[in-house]
Design a protein around this ligand. Structure first.
Ligand code: AMP
Ligand code: MN
Ligand code: MN
Length: 315
């Protein structure tokens, strides 16, 4: 039996399911969890969705259909069947890791190349553009109705993880067509998820871009460009507003690798990395205790930004 069939079987047998997103939740992890949650809820399954970590859910994600199925982390019951969505490793479950570990049937649904599997049933497809695509396969196997609400949650993951379809595979375009046919407001959700910021975002971006440094000799001469967003912006405009800075920095053609250091609290950093072509970021992320995909990866660290920059510039 394939892993997808096994996941479907597990879900069919479960009277109650806990679905978990990754820390610093994005549209793929939340959209995947909510799509599955909506389908299970309608089938009479007792379902709860948990979002780990100190970072609040971005406003746009709280407006996705089914968001009412999200339960505040302290109120999560923790069912015997637990599913981690879009989590490259157990560490990504942060303070809800115990909830996952306490399950008797632990399911991992993910698309990260760095994911070595940490569940009893691992459905991991590094060829999928997003976890939402894998969830769609599960929903089809389950016989769920992919109506406009479920489709909207899946589309949120698809449109964001493909960078508005910039690097979408042919199959992802076909899935997008199916979701749009189901009634998803594609332009509206794309604007909400990717093209909407608070006014203060402009000043934060200006500050971040002014901090940019080009290191042509890094990464074997393929080059590095990096920028920093300090923690003061988090309180002013929200943590998620800094997530878009990497999409500006990665456009610089002088360097293969682009990095943004985001300070979530004094001395605590989350690092976003992107590579344009030759550099495989998975080993770089792993070396720092993180993970991701060959061209998009990340990790966290504690210390001064000079310390971590040094490890890059000597790479
Ligand atoms: P981001 O820069 O946060 O958009 O992350 C880029 C990619 O790397 C995404 O697919 C993330 O899920 C993954 N990623 C980021 N941080 C980590 C981490 N600490 N561990 C594993 N994967 C990560
Ligand atoms: Mn994600
Ligand atoms: Mn993803």
């Amino acid at each position: 039996m394939g892993s997808c069939d096994r996941v479907v079987e597990v879900l069919r047998e479960a009277p109650a399911v806990t679905l978990l997103t990754h820390v610093r939740p994005d549209a793929d992890t939340v959209g995947s969890a909510l799509a599955l949650a909506l389908a299970l809820d309608r089938s009479g399954v007792d379902v709860e969705v948990g979002v780990p970590g100190p970072m609040p859910l971005p406003d746009a994600l709280g407006r996705l259909p089914g968001a009412k199925l999200i339960v505040p982390a302290p109120e999560i019951v923790g069912n015997r069947t637990v599913v981690a969505l879009d989590c490259a490793s157990a560490e990504r479950l942060d303070d809800l890791r115990d909830v996952f570990d306490s399950g008797t049937t632990r399911v991992v649904i993910d698309h990260h190349a760095s994911n070595v599997g940490f569940g009893d049933v691992d459905l991991i497809d590094p060829d999928a553009d997003c976890t939402a695509e894998i969830v769609l396969q599960v929903l089809d196997g389950y016989g769920a109705d992919v109506d406009v609400d479920v489709a909207t949650c899946l589309y949120a993951g698809l449109v964001t993880d493909t960078g508005s379809f910039r690097w979408a595979r042919p199959g992802s375009h076909a899935i997008a067509a199916r979701l749009l046919d189901a009634g998803v407001d594609g332009p509206g959700w794309t604007r909400t998820l990717l093209d909407t910021h608070r006014f203060g975002w402009l000043a934060m971006v200006a500050d971040a871009l002014r901090s940019a440094v080009l290191v042509p000799e890094a990464f074997g001469g393929n080059g590095l460009v990096y920028a920093c967003v300090d923690h003061t912006w988090r309180d002013a405009i929200g943590w998620d507003e800094a997530e878009s800075v990497i999409d500006l920095v990665r456009t610089i053609g002088d360097a293969d690798v682009a990095v943004v250091f985001k300070e979530s609290a004094p001395g605590r950093w989350t690092v976003s990395m992107r590579s344009r072509s030759v550099t495989d970021l998975v080993p770089v992320a792993r070396a720092h205790g993180g993970g991701g995909h060959p061209h998009a990866a990340g990790f966290g660290f504690t210390g001064s930004v000079d310390e971590v920059v040094a490890s890059f510039t000597t790479a």
